[in-house]
Every structure is written in structure tokens, then in C-alpha cells.
Design a protein. Structure first.
Length: 269
């Protein structure tokens, strides 16, 4: 099965598995990664994992909305574009795709650095780390990237190196439903692919806004689970980007991606 087929499974069904993990995890990965629930600048990577990621991803900055940012991604020239998914030794590599919601957020931040300049930013569900990287490039005072996959955390460090940045702090705890952190801005892209997860995000983001007056920006290309959720009525469209042809092909016909400002009512639902 080619990775394109594997990605189709990720889009249609296997994200349900990831959604269950987001809903259930309480902050601790298992086995060898348990000790790595938080990285900071200067944290060394497991040499075996580094070698595997460098060998099985391609460094690219083309076909996406942010040519300023270089990333290690799975592309048609990579071995696992063609190999059977079961041969991939780690969890499903959601981080190895530059999803369109994240692309829109990153493009918006690079074009409008005042949105993050001098502010603290949480990149929730960071994946490849592109939006966190864009925030650092645009002058954010503090950036924390969050993804529950420890391999994503390692890939983010490699991507920081590619862009000549000191690695920002990375946490792989599930922080949804935790105490509201004191963030000036929370950004999240492509997270609304499961209704129950979307409900949890909706409630937690409302709490962050109510308690800390946090600003929230959401990137999404118009997935059904997002547009049909009750959160949609509390979003204000900031900007819409036309997706490059390569990204359209990767995402089965999606043609644009939108940045939304989340402005809920004062009361929690």
C-alpha cells in the first residue's frame, strides 16, 4: 500500500484512534518515551530515532504556503510513501504531513508578525511544528509546542535545526482539560476531525478565554466535522488562503484553508 493510501486511511478513519488518545491520555507516553514528556532547548535526541527520521523523511519547503520554512516531511520520494504502513516502527506519523490548517496559520503569522510579537504562544497539536516555528520567526516572546506524539516532538527539534532556530520547549502531555495556562495566544490547526474531541476543545478553549483572556486562532480547510460543530457559530473569519496544487492533491480536493478567530460568548456551554 502506498503512503497515499495510508494517508487516506488517516483522513477517513484512523484519526478516530488518535482522537481517542487525545481524549484519554493524562500526560504520560509509555515505554522508552516516558522520560521525554518535555523537551527544552539543548535537549539531545535519541541517536537511533534521529537517524531513522533523517533517513525516512525529505527536507522540503515547496508545495506549501510557507516556503520560508523548511520541514522534514513524508513525500513521494520517501521510502514509506510506498512501504506497507505496518513497517513504520512508531505511531501513525501525523506530524509528517503539513496539514492545510497549520499552513494557513503559519502563513498568517509570517505575514502579520504583530499577532505574536512579544507575546506568549501555545501551539496546540503542533505536529511538524511549523506554526510554532512561524511564531518564533515572527518575534513571539515565548513559544510552547504541544503534541501527544513523542516522535512529533523529536521531529520538531529537527525542524528547528533546519530553520536555524534554537528548539522551543515541547510538551507531549495531553493538556486539553488541564488548568488554563497563562497564554496570550493559542493557535491550533486541523484539530476538529472528531466530534467528541471537538467538544472537549470547545469547552477548554472557552475556559482559557474566560479565565486568562487568551486569544485563540484556529486553522481549518473546511472539514465537515468542523463546519458542522456548534463552535462554528462563534468563529470569525480572519483570512482565507488558496492552497498550492501539491497540497490540494495531498488533501483530496480541498482548495483553500481559513484562519478563524474564536470569540465565544461569556458563558460556558
Amino acid at each position: 500500500m502506498a503512503f497515499h493510501g495510508w494517508k487516506w486511511l488517516l483522513l477517513l478513519g484512523r484519526q478516530n484512534t488518535l482522537a481517542k488518545v487525545w481524549r484519554s491520555r493524562r500526560g504520560g507516553p509509555s515505554l522508552r518515551w516516558k522520560r521525554c514528556c518535555h523537551w527544552s532547548a539543548g535537549k539531545s535526541l535519541d541517536p537511533e530515532v534521529r537517524a531513522f527520521l533523517e533517513e525516512n523523511t525529505e527536507v522540503t519547503n515547496s508545495g506549501h504556503l510557507t516556503p520560508e520554512i523548511r520541514l522534514r516531511l513524508l513525500t513521494p520520494r520517501c521510502r514509506f510513501w510506498r512501504e506497507k504502513p505496518d513497517l513504520w516502527p512508531y505511531g501513525d506519523p501525523f506530524w509528517a504531513i503539513y496539514w492545510p490548517g497549520g499552513q494557513a496559520l503559519s502563513r498568517y503569522i509570517l505575514d502579520n508578525p504583530h499577532v505574536v510579537k512579544g507575546r506568549s504562544v501555545l501551539d496546540l497539536g503542533s505536529g511538524c511544528g511549523a506554526t510554532a516555528i512561524a511564531a518564533v520567526m515572527s518575534g513571539a516572546s515565548h513559544v510552547l509546542a504541544n503534541d501527544i506524539d513523542p516522535i512529533a516532538g523529536m521531529a520538531m527539534i529537527l525542524n528547528c535545526e533546519l530553520n536555524h532556530l534554537n528548539p522551543f520547549p515541547i510538551t507531549i502531555k495531553n493538556i486539553i482539560n488541564s488548568e488554563a495556562g497563562n497564554w496570550d495566544l493559542i493557535v491550533l490547526g486541523d484539530m476538529f476531525y472528531d466530534e467528541q474531541l471537538a467538544d472537549g476543545l470547545h469547552h477548554w478553549l472557552q475556559k482559557c478565554i474566560r479565565i486568562q483572556q487568551t486569544e485563540v486562532l484556529i486553522g481549518d480547510p473546511g472539514r465537515h466535522q468542523f463546519l458542522s460543530h456548534s463552535i462554528r457559530s462563534q468563529l470569525h473569519k480572519v483570512i482565507e488562503y488558496s492552497l498550492p496544487e501539491y497540497t490540494r492533491q495531498e488533501n483530496y480536493g480541498l482548495t483553500s484553508s481559513i484562519v478563524w478567530s474564536y470569540q465565544p460568548s461569556n458563558s460556558l456551554e
